[in-house]
Design a binder for this molecule. Structure first.
Ligand code: OOG
Ligand code: MG
Length: 257
């Protein structure tokens, strides 16, 4: 079975919100490079239909998340225009078993590419940082996958919401930034920016290095989600999810069928 056929299958399941058996159970010998090729072929199907690439996301950047899914390296995915929530509302339509997680988003004013990126390069290219919440929704049964499966499924990307307020990248020590995520008024998860590879800037560096292997870059105007600061939590109809980003304000999201 060719990579294109696997991409077609994953695309169908993403579009129809139907669970899928792990591709690694059904196709032998798929490598991480194959998985990124499948991811790219899937994304092309969206962009051929008029969707637009607006950024990138890092995933599995925290040890806790890597352990909970049994994977030991960070991954990345594509962010499409159609994934961005423009209001703080999550509709469960088109989602299978969605979960949410707090993240720091970086927005770029300059191109970043190459294999020897330093934190300095990242700060010079960054326009602002913003609190964000990502909605992930693995297309695999039971949210269970291997590294190759999850990469092929665009790193479980489904939706994301970025707060209205932007901040200067110099205003906060992002590794020290505390985050509290509540579900219906009860604390569900807490964490700090350091969960993201020690400092979210490290996630941007890793993103650029991984992109450069496939001849791509962070382009001006792009948004990059740096990875979950806490474990993701499941969401259900009528939930209210609120996330406090210390010093950066709150994001409150309502969930409906
Ligand atoms: C993979 C995506 C993880 C993150 O921020 O760690 C991710 C998954 O857990 O389904 O987006
Ligand atoms: Mg994420």
């Amino acid at each position: 079975m060719g990579l294109r056929a696997i991409a077609d299958e994953i695309y169908q399941h993403q579009m129809t919100a139907q669970e899928l058996d792990k591709i690694t159970l059904r196709y032998d010998g798929l490598t991480v490079d194959d998985a990124y090729a499948i991811q790219q072929l899937t994304i092309q199907k969206y962009t051929n239909q008029g969707d637009r690439l607006i950024g990138w996301k890092m995933g599995l950047t925290s040890k806790a998340k890597q352990q909970s899914v049994g994977v030991d390296e960070a991954i990345f995915g594509h962010l499409l225009e159609s994934m961005e929530l423009t209001n703080p509302e999550i509709s469960l339509k088109g989602l299978i078993h969605p979960r949410v997680e707090p993240e720091i988003a970086f927005v770029f004013k300059h191109r970043l590419e190459g294999t020897r990126i330093t934190p300095r390069d990242v700060w010079l290219a960054t326009e602002c940082v913003m609190p964000a919440v990502e909605v992930i929704d693995s297309r695999y049964k039971n949210f269970s996958f291997t590294l190759v499966d999850v990469i092929a499924d665009n790193a479980s990307s489904a939706k994301f919401y970025v707060a209205d307020q932007a901040f200067s990248p110099y205003q906060f020590q992002l590794d020290k930034l505390g985050v509290v995520m509540c579900r219906n008024g009860e604390v569900a998860q807490t964490g700090a920016g350091a969960a993201v590879l020690g400092h979210p800037v490290r996630s941007i560096i890793e993103q650029v290095h991984m992109l450069s292997r496939i001849g791509k870059a962070i382009e001006p105007g792009m948004v990059v989600l740096t990875g979950g600061i806490t474990e993701a939590i499941y969401i259900y109809d009528q939930d209210t999810i609120s996330v406090q980003f210390e010093g950066m304000g709150d994001i409150e999201l309502s969930v409906h069928a």
